[in-house]
Design a protein around this ligand. Structure first.
Ligand code: ISL
Length: 531
């Protein structure tokens, strides 16, 4: 299938998609929590930024034990965020501005307050209600030991994935105990999610992000990982592909798209989720995790393109999200890669360096073929915030025994207006904002042509110049990435220690920072050229 056939309908092949963490985006009612009213007032900002779609982290009814990834009702909006009617309005208003909506579905687990789990607790051991989850008797003489040895999916967590009830049964929760895992071998679980997908597509959403997409299926005998590591008892099991084929059939009825959260190191296994009758796209975590190193980045890009080509799926380019360290902070560290297992309090960073690199990385990712995800605040160059320990909310911190700093540092409410209280977020934010937050405010950056926001606006505006053709690497000195796209537009990124000459060109379209006085590209700088 050539690009022309995709061009009209398959918008997701080359979209710029902006991730909205509603709780921290904009607070419309002044209670310190971001909400849909806040998002609606900022739609013009998002339109001006030029994004094609918004991905909203879960906005459903939730006790918020894991930032909304503990869903009590998949068809209701949490009152802290607004109402379903408001969500519907938001979806329609965004669409009027040419912006599509992607919702976030959490199929691996529900909240322990979900009616299904409450019914399962009430019904007791051996009941059909418990078959919707993974309930088991424990091991040991009195069933006092967990049923198996599975590790938590919060990397760094020292806590078990089983919780024992007073009636003696244990239940499985790969994340917090407030997030019991569903049993995907049960037909009612499958049916319910088909209905949930329809519900949101009917409401007008254009796509669905699938949370923890590679974890749903479990080996029914729940064996010890130590005894049965292959195939893995709960990661990337073959049964998943059937599930996603049935989901795809629903999406196709609505012309909807999927983006899967699939963390898998094996490129070939990853690509299996992107076969033509499965998911349309999946997040590129190898790019996100990649250190700021020309060779490593080039390999990540080549591997990505090579793995997507045979299945005909577009690549995605992601630098950060609500789970990982913010880009400017990561790129200013000695270790510029991202790894959940290596997160630690007090890792030093050089923010000026990190910001320079993040600006170059923005031009790199926006020049690559495929779609780009942008996490709120990335366009403002926000750093990872230090959250005082007594204000941390993220369960990842608590479940690691306080060694993992958690993910709150990238979830701090956004600064909109430098002069306003709480930098214009709204009421006193649910997480404290750092003292220098006003310096990053959107209004200040909008007025500054050299700001990160101005760079993103310009880059997103110019991006169509690259067209949707393939990428061709150009000869370049060591440490420099240079490539052309079919339309003759070039991107050059200098990760070497010294400045680099530019390839022949007719026009300089955009730079992430000034060229030096000889017209050369300084270290940690990127440029877009017309060849
Ligand atoms: O730890 C991981 C990678 O090695 C991931 O697989 C981890 O499972 C992933 O970050 C899952 O994240 C998603 O589901 C979680 C939620 O807390 C996150 O915010 C969400 O993005 C549970 O729903």
């Amino acid at each position: 299938m050539g690009p022309s056939r995709h061009a009209r309908k398959e918008w997701w092949r080359s979209a710029v998609i902006y991730q909205v963490y509603v709780r921290s985006f904009a607070d419309g009612d002044g209670d310190g929590t971001g909400d849909l009213a806040g998002v609606r007032t900022r739609l013009p900002y998002l339109a001006e930024l030029g994004v094609d779609a918004l991905w909203f982290n879960p906005w459903y009814l939730s006790p918020m034990k894991d930032g909304g990834y503990d869903v009590a009702d998949y068809r209701a909006v949490d009152p802290a965020f607004g109402t379903l009617a408001e969500a519907e309005k938001l979806i329609a208003e965004a669409r009027e501005l040419g912006i599509r909506t992607i919702v976030d579905i959490v199929p691996n687990h529900v909240s322990d307050q979900h009616p299904w789990f409450r019914a399962a607790l009430a019904a007791g051991p051996g009941s059909p209600e418990r078959e919707l989850f993974h309930f088991r008797r424990g091991r040991g003489e009195h069933g006092e030991l967990p049923p198996n040895d599975w590790p938590s999916q919060f990397v760094g967590s020292t806590e078990p994935v089983w919780k024992r009830l007073p009636d003696g049964d244990w239940y499985l929760h790969l994340f917090t105990p407030e997030q019991p895992d569903l049993n995907w071998a049960h037909p009612a679980v499958r049916q319910e999610h088909q209905d949930i997908l329809r519900f949101w597509f009917e409401l007008g959403v254009a796509g669905v992000r699938i949370d923890s997409a590679a974890l749903l299926a479990k080996d029914p005998s729940l064996p010890d990982l130590a005894d049965a590591p292959h195939p893995h008892p709960f990661i990337d099991r073959d049964e998943l592909h059937d599930i996603y084929r049935s989901w795809r059939a629903v999406a196709d009825e609505y012309d909807g798209m999927f983006v899967g959260e699939v963390w898998l190191p094996d490129a070939e296994r990853f690509a299996r989720y992107l076969r033509p009758d499965e998911l349309h796209t999946a997040f590129n975590f190898s790019f996100l995790s990649c250190p700021w190193d020309a060779g490593r980045l080039r390999t990540a890009i080549d591997t990505t393109l090579a793995e997507h080509a045979p299945v005909g799926a577009p690549a995605t380019w992601v630098l950060c999200n609500h789970d990982v360290t913010r880009t400017v902070t990561r790129y200013g560290r000695a270790d510029t890669g991202f790894d959940f297992a290596k997160k630690a309090f007090g890792t030093p960073t050089d923010l000026a360096l990190g910001t320079r690199r993040a600006r170059a990385a923005a031009l790199l990712s926006l020049a690559l073929p495929g779609s780009v995800y942008l996490y709120q605040g990335e366009e403002l160059g926000l750093p990872e915030a230090d959250i005082p320990r007594d204000r941390v909310e993220d369960p990842m911190y608590f479940r690691s025994g306080g060694t993992d700093p958690g993910r709150d540092g990238c979830r701090v409410p956004l600064p909109w207006a430098a002069e306003a209280p709480y930098a214009g977020f709204g009421g006193e934010p649910w997480l404290p904002q750092p003292a220098d937050w006003p310096e990053y405010a959107a209004d200040r950056q909008a007025a500054d042509p050299a700001s990160m926001l101005s760079l993103y606006r310009a880059a997103i505006g110019l991006r169509p110049a690259f067209g949707d053709g393939p990428l061709t690497w150009l000869p370049a000195p060591e440490g420099v990435l240079a490539f052309a796209r079919a339309e003759g537009v070039l991107c050059v990124v200098n990760l070497a220690d010294e400045s680099a000459g530019l390839p022949p060109h007719t026009e300089l379209l955009l730079t992430s920072g000034p060229l030096d006085e000889d017209g050369r590209l300084p270290t940690d700088t990127a440029v877009w050229l017309r060849g």
